[in-house]
Write a protein that binds this ligand. Sequence first.
Ligand code: PAF
Length: 279
Amino acid sequence: MEIFTDKAATRTHALSLKAQGKRVACVLTMGALHDGHLGLVRKAQTLADAVLVSIFVNPTQFGEQADLDAYPSDTDRDLSMLRAEGVDAVFLPTPDIMYPDGPDTIVNVASLSTILQGAVRPGHFQGVSTVVTKLFNILQPDVTVFGEKDFQQLAMIRKMVRDLDMPVDVQGLPIVREPDGLAMSSRNVRLTPKDRDAARVLSRSLDQAEASTVRDAETLQNLITETIAAEPRADVKSIDICDATTLAPLTGAITHPAVILLSVAFGDVLLIDNRVITP
Ligand code: PAF
C-alpha cells in the first residue's frame, strides 16, 4: 500500500492506474476508522480495480476549534486497517498541503448547505463540498462511496456532482450499526459510558417510527420527540422529517419516501442518525 502526502504524486498515481485500464474508486475519510469505513472500502472494492483512501481532518468543516481539536486520530492504526483491507494507496495530507493559500475558493451547494444540519453547523457543508471537490480533483476517482449516515452530506455531494458535471459515480452505503443499534461514528469513542448507553435512544426512536403504522409527519415527529425526551442525557438539536430526495420539510400525510433526520448531543458529542421510511 502506497502512502502519499503530496497532491501531484497522488494524482499521477491515480492517472497511471487509469492508464493501465483500471477503474479507480476513492473513499474519503477523516481517519479514526471503524467498521463503517471498512464497509465503504469493501463496497468500493466491488466497484473498482483499485481503491484510494484519503485521511484528512478537514479544518474548514469544523465550526469550533474545540470540536476540531477533539477529533480522534490514530493514523498508525488507520493505516494498518487499510493495509489489511488491500487498499491500493492512501492520501494523507496536512492542512498546509491542502490549503497552501488558506481557504479562499468555495464550492457551495446553495439549496442544501444551509438547511437542516447546515443551519445548526454554519459553514460545515461548504467546507465539505469544497474539500470533496479538491479530493476528487486529486484522487481522480471513477466511483466513490459515501455512508448514508451522513444523509444530508450524501444528498449534497450527489447534487454537486450533478450540477458541476463531475465524472464521478456516487454510491451510498447503508448505515453500519453496533449490535445495540447505535450508528457507528468516529465520535462514539468520545461518549462517556453513561452517554454511550443513553445514545441508544436514537436508533430506538427510529425503529419505533418505522414500525409505527402512522405515516403522518407531525404524528411521527411527536412520537420521536417524546421517546428522545424521555432520555434525560439527550440534548435534542433537531428532528426533521423531509422528502428523501430534495430534503424539503414534509407536513401531513407521507405519500412518498421520507427521511427522518436526528441531530442530538450527548455531553459535548453531537450525534446524527437517520432512517428512510416509505408511505
Ligand atoms: O464524512 C466525512 O468523513 C467528511 O465529511 C469527508 C467527506 C471526508 C470530507 O472531509
